[in-house]
Design a protein around this ligand. Structure first.
Ligand code: HEM
Length: 462
């Protein structure tokens, strides 16, 4: 074939290695401005050397992300960046691959159907009430207000909701705290090992890997203890996610999971299911405090649908604007802000060569903020998610829960929990912004606020 008739492979723009290396410290502190700068300068799909070392294709092209997550997903297992978590958390849904992942997904999926979530709502609501009680007490004096540290409150609330949804009331308070501490420490260390690979020899020498292995073992021991106790308990079992995992049977042989498998899945659900929601809820209060007109619109909807009463699961579909607020929050602050995959075989996308072994980072934050996909992308406008507008969104322009077969299994759970927290807090309290400098991003595995978010809460005046 002549050279002319051959398809010309597009060569990707590359951020010079020296520039990547020079930026590696800033990148470790907050990669988002650095990555945005690269993409604005070089194009929507580029090559960058993470930490100055790891060659990565970074993309905010929704088409390429759809290609990798959905259209040709078989060629794109998760990268070792995601699999590395398995060292600490085991091989649950989030960290497994191939036929084992598919078998587990099929087994567990029914436990997350809408119907099943509805039976967890009582547990969720009891936990929300408990988490709001201290604030209610602080606001008992007429006219008083509290400047609430919302990230702290939402982190506690989301962790308690997921922990209760997994273990119901069998979970002791002290262990609940310890589990939260362990998960935070393990995650922070893991992110450091990925972002600053050049620190590894030092971390090894200081015994940090060993130390975090021990923390992970402690976490597993706590979870294992609950699984064993649950198996020995007589009487009707609670209707929670642990029981769902214990009762699930493989289609082919009718067998249950082993104890270690249940442990892996329970640990992964705890991890995947709390920081994500906690961050989304925190950013939501941050945005609502600055947009009283959105709060007013929410209140109108709540008055029409609920009057003064708390929402039930059955009410949620009639409270569409509250869902739009959550959706728009996750557009601006996607809790999972980047997703990694690696090409298993040579592939092409739109004339772009993606040789076997290519690491691709789907930059969700970049997609959600792209001016090519969103009108005034930096504005908070829940109306974008109105039933008519949503139909106009480009495929994969909005993917807070990922896409394709590995779409977040907990998405209905998360949306339900977040809607319930939003509605219950607004039913009880009025909110106002507190004067504070803009809150910076802290992109770890999830997108956290770097500083605490303060919002003023008052008891609601009818
Ligand atoms: C706002 C809340 C949440 C967000 C934004 C979120 C986001 C995501 C995303 C983007 C993925 C796909 C990751 C990838 O493809 O690499 C994912 C997977 C997953 N999520 Fe969520 N998630 C949330 C809440 C939850 C909750 C509440 C649970 C559990 C109760 C959960 C459990 C999982 C699990 C088990 C997976 C792995 C699924 C699989 O690979 O089959 N997530 N999540």
């Amino acid at each position: 074939m002549s050279a002319i008739s051959q398809p010309v492979a597009k060569k990707l723009p590359e951020v010079p290695r020296l520039q990547s290396l020079r930026n590696s410290i800033t990148l470790a502190a907050n990669p988002i401005p650095v990555l945005n700068g690269y993409l604005d300068t070089y194009g929507d799909t580029i090559v960058v050397y993470l930490g100055g070392i790891r060659r990565t294709v970074l993309t905010r092209d929704p088409g390429l992300v759809q290609h990798m997550l959905q259209k040709n997903h078989r060629n794109y297992p998760k990268s070792e960046l995601s699999h590395g978590v398995a060292r600490y958390l085991g091989h649950g849904l989030l960290t497994s691959e191939g036929s084992y992942w598919l078998q587990q997904r099929r087994l567990i999926q029914p436990g997350f159907h809408r119907q099943r979530i509805s039976s967890l709502v009582t547990l969720m609501q009891a936990e929300i009430n408990e988490c709001l009680e201290p604030l209610e007490r602080q606001l008992s004096q007429p006219g008083s207000y509290v400047e609430v540290a919302v990230h702290e409150l939402m982190t506690t609330t989301a962790f308690r909701i997921i922990a209760r949804s997994v273990f119901s009331n069998s979970l002791a308070e002290a262990q609940l705290h310890r589990m939260a501490e362990l998960l935070t420490a393990i995650q922070a260390f893991y992110v450091r090992t990925v972002r600053q690979p050049y620190l590894r020899p030092w971390q090894h020498a200081r015994g940090q890997f060993q130390h975090h292995d021990q923390l992970a073992a402690e976490l597993r021991d706590i979870v294992r203890g609950y699984i064993r106790r649950r198996k020995q308990t007589s009487g009707p079992p609670p209707d929670d996610l642990l029981q769902m995992l214990l009762d699930a049977r493989y289609e082919d042989n009718g067998e249950p999971m082993t104890e270690e498998q249940v442990l892996d899945e329970a640990a992964i659900i705890l991890v995947a299911g709390h920081e994500t929601s906690a961050n989304a809820l925190s950013w939501m209060w941050y945005l609502l405090a600055q947009h009283p007109q959105v709060v007013a619109k929410l209140r109108t909807e709540m008055t029409q649908v609920l009057g003064d009463r708390p929402a039930t699961f059955a009410d949620l579909p009639s409270l569409g604007y509250s869902l739009q607020v959550i959706q728009e929050t996750m557009r601006l602050y996607p809790p999972a802000w980047i997703l990694d995959r690696v090409a298993q075989e040579d592939d092409t996308y739109n004339g772009l060569e993606l040789p076997k072994g290519t690491l691709i980072s789907g930059y969700l934050y970049g997609i959600h903020h792209s001016a090519k996909l969103w009108d005034e992308p930096e504005s908070f406008r829940p109306e974008r998610f109105g039933p008519d507008q949503i139909r106009q969104q480009a495929p994969y322009a909005y993917i807070p829960f990922g896409g394709g077969p590995r779409l977040c299994i907990g998405n209905q759970f998360a949306l339900t929990e977040m809607q319930l927290v939003l509605l219950e807090m607004l039913r009880r309290f009025d909110i106002e912004a507190v004067a504070q400098p803009p809150i910076d991003l802290l992109p770890m595995i999830t997108l956290r606020p770097r500083q605490e978010i303060k919002v003023r809460f008052r008891r609601r005046q009818a």
